[in-house]
Ligand binder design. Structure first.
Ligand SMILES: [Zn+2]
Length: 351
């Protein structure tokens, strides 16, 4: 994006309304991590033995972000509610409804099939459930969903093997990319190379998490060993000018999730977030949510945060939204259509 700046004292209220109605693409959002209190209540109703609060007020309170340990507790309790293919279908369809409400037109959802399959949902039933939800969501809400299958890195190479097998052998129609999540410390990226090689050979795009909680060397590993085309987070690249120059030169976009970075303490505060440094170095950045309801955010809020950090006006925010379109794995026609929608929204905006 280029320098559309506004004075820091300018009110954000108008910009908030602009963002809320802006057509957007979301590139880094986890499937289970997108379960809102409304969705969790529906899942809990299907499984009454859960420890998740059922009373709406208590459930809303349960979702107030306290710290990272509480996030993990919340995440695990939602994982526990996903026991059957029907739970997967419901979760996916309802996540799409929440995305549509924020004017998200296209989302690449990070899905971790291994977690559900390990818990007893047959892999074929899992694929049918997400595909069924994808088709229904596009028809009912106008949201185009695509999948990034990610390796839960903390489960090691057997999980990588299983994820690659499901991606390559069961390949659902909506699958576009292959990813790697979980902790970075203690799980160096290069060991996952054979699984990325296999996925890339099958035509999938490489989109690993890297440089969220470890340094720039992890981002370099993701580029060289895993042949990353886009990086999940990648924010520690800001500590390495040469790496930023390389990312800029090769046009490798970063999926930046500001609120998540503060919530997980990867960054100590929004004021210290490296987003402005990355932009200043010419790195292509996109703004995303990670696990929005669990971190008390949504995509509109992340755009507002980015606008504040970068001093953007409406045109600058629209340019940021177009970065996500360009960095997406949407086809050319889809990209052109979404860009036209963004341009039309900007043109219709007073002032
Ligand atoms: Zn993530």
């Amino acid at each position: 994006m280029s320098g559309h700046r506004q004075p820091p004292e300018a009110p954000l209220t108008d910009l908030t309304a602009f963002i809320a109605a802006l057509p957007k693409a979301e590139l880094h959002v986890h499937h289970v991590g997108s379960a809102s209190p409304r969705i969790v209540a529906e899942l809990a109703a299907r499984h009454p033995d859960t420890s998740v609060p059922k009373d709406p007020e208590a459930l809303a309170e349960y979702f107030v972000f306290r710290d990272f340990a509480h996030f993990i507790e919340l995440y695990i309790s939602v994982v526990d509610l996903i026991r059957e293919a029907e739970d997967i279908r419901l979760l996916t369809y309802e996540v799409a409804r929440d995305l549509a409400r924020q004017q998200v037109r296209y989302a690449e959802l990070t899905v971790t099939p291994h977690t559900s399959v390990k818990r007893g949902i047959p892999d074929v039933a899992f694929m049918e459930a997400i595909e069924d939800a994808r088709t229904a969501a596009e028809r009912d809400f106008g949201v185009v969903l695509r999948w990034c299958f990610d390796i839960p890195g903390e489960l090691g190479l057997p999980a990588a093997e299983e994820t690659a097998r499901m991606a390559c052998e069961l390949r659902p129609e909506g699958l576009v990319s292959f990813g790697l999540g979980g902790p970075e410390i203690g799980w160096p990226r290069p060991q996952f190379k054979p699984y990325f090689d296999r996925a890339i050979a099958e035509g999938l795009h490489s989109v690993p998490h890297a440089g969220e909680t470890t340094g720039p060397e992890t981002v370099r590993d993701a580029l060289t060993a895993l042949r990353a085309e886009r990086i999940g987070h990648g924010i520690s690249a800001a500590r390495d000018p040469e790496l930023m120059a390389l990312l800029a030169e090769r046009g490798i976009p970063l999926e930046v999730c500001p609120t998540s970075n503060v919530a997980t303490r990867a960054v100590s505060s929004l004021a210290e977030h490296p987003l402005p440094a990355l932009v200043a170095a010419g790195v292509t950045v996109t703004v995303n949510t990670d696990d929005p309801p669990m971190f008390g955010t949504d995509l509109n809020n992340e755009y507002a945060v980015a606008a504040r950090l970068l001093g953007l006006d409406a045109a600058g925010v629209a340019a940021l939204a177009k970065n996500a379109v360009a960095a997406s794995f949407l086809d050319g026609t889809g990209k052109a259509r979404l860009n036209e929608e963004i341009d039309a929204h900007l043109a219709a905006w007073p002032g």
